[in-house]
Design a protein around this ligand. Structure first.
Ligand code: AMP
Ligand code: ZN
Length: 113
């Protein structure tokens, strides 16, 4: 399968890794939109959130827990951070291997554009 993020998981494409466990890995976004912009991905290829089922609840939970642990390790947990998951065209998804954007280090506005 020709998937950019699967190639990052396998090590065929380099990344700046910040977190990894059996279920997920996280690495810095190439085009950061905040002082800290990290992508949290499942190691398993799941194209969009629409592909998650009951059997992926633990994987999705691991992604959420990774966000919390990354926030703690960067010491931004108290000041705050944003987690975003874009799905398909209207969501603005461009890489079709599900990923959570973890962003921190500045204040974010709402609603998003
Ligand atoms: P999305 O638009 O939600 O699909 O987000 C895709 C994200 O992947 C964008 O923020 C890109 O900057 C980021 N990105 C694309 N290629 C790479 C890469 N090789 N390493 C790290 N981040 C990447
Ligand atoms: Zn993939």
């Amino acid at each position: 399968m020709d998937c950019l993020f699967c190639k990052i998981v396998s090590g065929d494409i380099p990344c700046e890794k910040v977190y990894e466990n059996a279920e997920v890995m996280a690495f810095r976004d190439l085009n950061p939109q905040a002082p800290h912009h990290i992508l949290i991905i499942p190691k398993q290829h799941l194209s969009t959130l629409n592909d998650f089922g009951a059997e992926h609840v633990a994987t999705f939970g691991a992604m959420g827990l990774a966000a919390k642990e990354i926030a703690q390790s960067l010491e931004v947990d108290e000041q705050g951070y944003r987690v975003v998951l874009n799905c398909n065209a209207d969501g603005g998804q461009t890489v079709f291997h599900t990923h959570m954007h973890f962003m921190a280090g500045r204040a974010f506005s709402w609603p998003p554009g």
